[in-house]
Design a protein around this ligand. Structure first.
Ligand code: TPP
Length: 641
């Protein structure tokens, strides 16, 4: 920690903020901002959202008393200032590093994180739960949800707001409106917020509401006083009607300059005394205080390292990413079939659909942070004769589980799910790893589930999905594929057919997706040590290539099944089920994959190593399997089958 940070260096907990004066608070905000820029330039992370929330965080921790008061940060990608003020200042340089602090709030990291998050739109529901629990316990603490203008468009946030009025509990929602989701915010709520922002910015309570207070008879309770303030504030907007939050039963305060610490402290102090659900609308600038991020908030949303002096963002080098190959292939295929349409839930850049949006604006839909809606919307588009492609990260597709079953698969509609960031994602950690999709997809009737071994196969699987007369999911990992992408004509593949890549007699590795090439490398290592190892690229998890896999069982080979999904209910489980249903001994089969535990954050290579999915570790497991099941034993087991 830089010794020049004279204020920040003395903050070990939020209690240390209380004695600060206005000048020191301003200085603290500047020091926090400098620390965030410096650290994220090295560790990577969510820069622009965090820079915009610095003053807001200082004001919140001045007005409220965490950890007794509960702050719930939506998505929590704007929690860096909160971490710096809540005892994690010294560990801040370890942000997102293996063994270091998380880039998100995390319950087991700090008592100041009553809820962890990484997915959007959860804060209002969680805050209502905490508030109701407080009421039932007879507690007095304040509960505050801090949610962005993007996250508040999510269905879950709207469900929470709908329920708030009925719960009749005191809860404060701070809407941090920076006009941006990751990309530009979209939808009717975004339009409504832009209208609210056009009202005069709310001024300091004492100057603008004095008039209201002055007219109040003496001796009123504080609560009444605060109520008076709220009426003063809402009058600033002209009228209560037409503010959607007021119509939903919230008292609305705002819009407020979210970089004016003193004003926000005033408002929060008054908010503490108000009853029922309250929404404080603060307007901030994404990327505030770092010119390059202010001018390119979209590019600086989530980044790897960057050069502080010139704003140059480090981009991953190496092989062409799966995302890029998906992006280019889809544009190519859409030129040949005008039924192809594409849908994103607020992630046009991350999913690679921005290119499609540019090429075919009328066939592209950004529905906002609304995965459930996106999938059912896709079902409607498909029922209307189109070929929708829904492109999500694996972790966010979890939201749409019922819609996949009920609206797409049960209706047998030709929707293609392009599932990016499947498997291990790395530094974002357990909220973002895509290690569950095979388990939550492979049991759904009618759905075809596939994973390419490399970027060229992704092209083939995409055209296969778009010509298949039913739903199909193609899942692929973050980053670059093992083979260099050439733009040759993609081939329609036979559904449910894998391939034998390497022949062998001592053991078979049946691998899927990103684990195929490491398995080939493992076989090569073992061959140098005198073992003959077969490698199969399964390619399809559903339907399985039963013929190919049964042919391995028939030869009595020990089998190692490798996947970058949880081993619980994943691809390995499918292979075990096949063996069991066909009377083959399951003792010959071992599974490698993510364990039945949440996988922490670290660089992907380190995590693959820890999970035993690197080529060396796969070879080690294969060797150990061969040694524990020597030929003779295998023959015995096989003869029992
Ligand atoms: C369910 C879900 N879908 C998508 C995302 C990806 N995502 C992360 S942040 C974000 C935008 C959030 O915008 P906003 O709430 O306005 O916060 P800001 O970054 O602007 O501060 C999105 C779409 C997510 N975290 N969760």
């Amino acid at each position: 920690m830089d010794k020049h940070y004279s204020v920040l260096n003395k903050i070990d907990s939020p209690a240390d903020l209380k004695p600060l004066n206005e000048v020191a608070r301003k200085q603290l905000a500047d020091e926090i901002r400098a620390t965030i820029i410096d650290t994220v330039s090295k560790t990577g992370g969510h820069l622009a959202s965090n820079l915009g929330a610095v003053e807001l965080t200082v004001a919140l921790h001045t007005a409220f008393d965490s950890p007794s008061d509960k702050m719930i940060w939506d998505v929590s990608h704007q929690c860096y200032a909160h971490k710096l003020l809540t005892g994690r200042r010294k560990s801040f340089p370890t942000l997102r590093q293996g063994g270091g602090i998380s880039g998100f709030t995390k319950r087991d990291e700090s008592e100041h994180d009553p809820m962890g998050a990484g997915h959007a739109s959860t804060s209002i529901s969680a805050a209502l739960g905490l508030a109701k629990a407080r009421d039932l316990r007879g507690g007095k603490e304040h509960v505050i949800a801090i949610i962005g203008d993007g996250a508040i468009t999510g269905g879950l946030a709207l469900e929470g707001m709908n329920n708030a009025e009925q719960l009749k509990t005191n809860v404060i929602v701070v809407l941090n409106d920076n006009k941006m989701s990751i990309a530009e915010n979209v939808g009717a709520m975004a339009l409504h917020l832009s209208k609210l922002r056009m009202a005069d910015l709310y001024q300091r309570v004492e100057t603008r509401a004095k008039e209201t207070l002055g007219r109040m008879p003496a001796g009123k309770t504080l609560a009444r006083t605060a109520e008076g303030l709220s009426h003063g504030v809402t009058r600033l907007l002209g009228s209560k009607t037409g503010v959607v939050f007021e119509e939903l039963g919230f008292t609305y305060l705002g819009p407020i300059d979210g970089h004016n610490i003193e004003l926000m402290i005033d408002v929060f102090e008054n908010a503490k005394r108000m009853k029922g659900p309250l929404l404080v609308h603060v307007v901030t600038q994404k990327g505030k205080g770092y010119e390059f991020a202010e001018n390119n908030a979209r590019g600086f949303h989530g980044i790897s390292g960057f050069d502080v002096a010139d704003g140059h963002i480090e981009r991953a080098t190496g092989n062409t990413s799966y995302t890029k190959v998906f992006s280019e292939t889809l544009v190519e295929l859409a030129a040949q079939d005008d039924r192809i349409v594409a849908i994103t839930a607020a992630m046009p850049d991350g999913t690679g659909l921005a290119k499609f949006a540019e090429a075919y604006p009328g066939r592209f839909f950004d529905v906002g942070i609304a995965e459930e809606h996106a999938v059912t919307f896709a079902a409607g588009l498909a029922a209307g004769g189109l070929r929708p492609v829904v492109a999500f990260y694996s972790t966010f597709l979890q939201r749409a589980y019922d819609q996949i079953i009920h609206d797409v698969c049960l209706q047998n509609l030709p929707v293609t799910f392009a599932i990016d960031r499947a498997g291990i994602v790395g530094e974002d950690g357990p909220t973002h790893h895509g290690v569950f999709d095979l388990s939550y997809l492979r049991h759904i009737p009618t759905l075809v589930v596939a994973a390419p071994k490399d970027t060229m196969e992704l092209r083939d699987l995409l055209v296969t999905a778009l010509t298949h007369d039913g739903p199909m999911a193609v899942r692929y990992p973050r980053g670059g594929g093992p083979c260099v992408y050439q733009s040759s004509e993609p081939q329609i593949l036979a559904i449910g057919k894998g391939e034998r890549l390497v022949e062998g007699d001592d053991l078979a590795i049946i691998a899927l997706g990103s684990t195929v090439y490491p398995s080939v490398a493992a076989a090569e290592m073992l061959s140098e040590q005198g073992s003959s190892v077969e490698v199969i690229n399964a390619r399809f998890v559903k339907p399985l290539d039963e013929q190919l896999i049964l042919s391995v069982f028939e030869r009595g080979l020990p089998v190692l099944v490798v996947e970058d999904n949880t081993i619980v209910g994943g691809f390995g489980s499918a292979v075990l089920e096949l063996a069991s249903s066909n009377g083959y001994p399951v003792n010959l089969i071992r599974r490698l994959g993510a364990p039945d535990a949440f996988v922490d954050h670290d660089v992907p290579e380190a995590l693959y190593e820890t999970l035993g999915l690197s080529a060396e570790k796969i070879a080690k497991s294969a060797k150990s399997l061969m040694s524990t099941l020597p030929g003779k034993m295998r023959n015995v087991l096989h003869s029992l089958s």
